[in-house]
Design a protein. Structure first.
Length: 78
């Protein structure tokens, strides 16, 4: 089965956000993170802050026009 990536993940005019500026929920530093529009219109993953190294849960939702809404929250630490 061959997937048509544009049909599966429509991102408007072909221009999708590939980076976002976010603020760490721990240290409050503002940093830029890379985004991968090819991973689907809705994503959730763990990424560490490049400043304080504490883990975040990153949620990304791509809109039809390719813009991304990015939300961070502290990851549960045990």
């Amino acid at each position: 089965m061959i997937l048509d990536i544009d049909e599966e993940f429509p991102l408007g005019d072909g221009t999708a956000d590939t980076a976002a500026t976010v603020r760490c929920p721990y240290c409050a530093e503002t940093v830029e993170i890379g985004l991968d529009p090819g991973s689907g219109p809705t994503q959730e993953y763990i990424e560490d802050c490049p400043v304080c190294c504490r883990p975040w849960v990153v949620s990304v939702e791509y809109n039809d026009d390719g813009t991304a809404a990015v939300f961070l929250e502290p990851a549960d630490e045990e």
